[in-house]
Design a protein around this ligand. Structure first.
Ligand code: FES
Length: 127
């Protein structure tokens, strides 16, 4: 069985990259890699605290699903396509995103559950 490809997601302002397995969410990959990712609902698309801004690579973001659309609309963020929920956005290619408060916790592993962390700067997708 072929190994699932991973995509580099550069995360600002912390300036690090998380390698996200194809089809996985940024937030869950980061959490599995030992990151702190602001959230309250644990990924149920009900708190909106995980909100991020896609700065590059939007073509590699999954379409907005019903639960995410409802939350973005409630937060009055639905009119800005760059704003997405990190717990719902699934990755299919390289991206660069902005999420204040997202950072590796002390002792975070370099690679867990398919996710890897490194210095940002490797974004090579369309801008
Ligand atoms: S973690 Fe609560 S909406 Fe994403």
């Amino acid at each position: 069985m072929a190994e699932r490809p991973e995509h580099s997601v550069d995360i600002l302002p912390v300036g690090l990259t998380v390698m996200v397995p194809d089809g996985e969410t940024i937030m869950f990959t980061a959490l599995a890699s030992g990151w702190k990712w602001p959230n309250v609902c644990g990924g149920q698309a009900t708190c909106g605290v995980c909100l991020l801004e896609v700065q590059a690579g939007m073509e590699n973001a999954s379409p907005i699903g019903r639960d995410e659309a409802v939350r973005l609309d409630f937060m009055r963020k639905a009119d800005n396509p760059a704003l997405r929920l990190a717990c719902q956005l699934r990755v299919s290619g390289p991206m660069r995103i902005l999420k204040r408060g997202a950072r590796p916790l002390e002792g975070a592993t370099e690679q867990t559950s398919g996710g890897a962390v490194g210095e940002a700067g490797g974004f090579s997708g369309a801008r």
